[in-house]
Design a protein around this ligand. Structure first.
Ligand code: RB5
Length: 149
């Protein structure tokens, strides 16, 4: 039996129910989902939730990560500070497919106050199904990695 691929989910307080629905949606597709919260709606600080998720991806514990905040922007900025993370905010499925196929993104950020749940789930599906194309794109991703070192 092969192990399930593992994905970490995190957010701030912006839309916890959206994050939990996304977790169920991904788990139903055969992923092991590690939802690291938060679970209560008090205002909280997106950088710490983003960093916690990013560390699990950067360490290799999780292959992919999905994060949410109100706009998706602040938490994306936080996770991209962690070495090895490539994350984009997406509000459409084309950009989502591209950040996997061309940029080898390992995290996706969603703006919970920007998009509705139906689009969020379509974007998640696009993120999970797209594959990095390599080739000339690998050269460019290597250039991104070189900036980190
Ligand atoms: C929280 O109010 C809000 O600032 C946060 O969810 C996010 O949008 C930040 O980028």
């Amino acid at each position: 039996m092969t192990a399930k691929p593992r994905l970490v989910l995190s957010s701030d307080h912006a839309d916890i129910p959206m994050r939990q629905t996304i977790a169920d949606h991904i788990a139903a597709q055969g992923w092991e989902v590690i939802d690291i919260g938060p679970t209560t709606p008090e205002s909280t600080h997106y950088p710490k939730h983003g960093e916690a998720a990013a560390r699990r991806v950067a360490s290799g514990e999780c292959q992919l990560g999905i994060i949410l905040c109100g706009t998706g922007q602040g938490i994306m900025m936080a996770v991209n500070k962690v070495k090895g993370i490539r994350c984009g905010v997406c509000s459409d499925t084309f950009s989502t497919r591209m950040i996997r196929e061309h940029n080898d993104a390992n995290m996706l950020s969603l703006g919970a106050r920007v998009i509705g749940l139906g689009l969020a789930l379509d974007i998640v599906d696009a993120f999970l199904s797209a594959k990095f194309e390599g080739g000339r794109h690998a050269t460019r991703v290597d250039m991104i990695k070189a900036i980190e070192s």
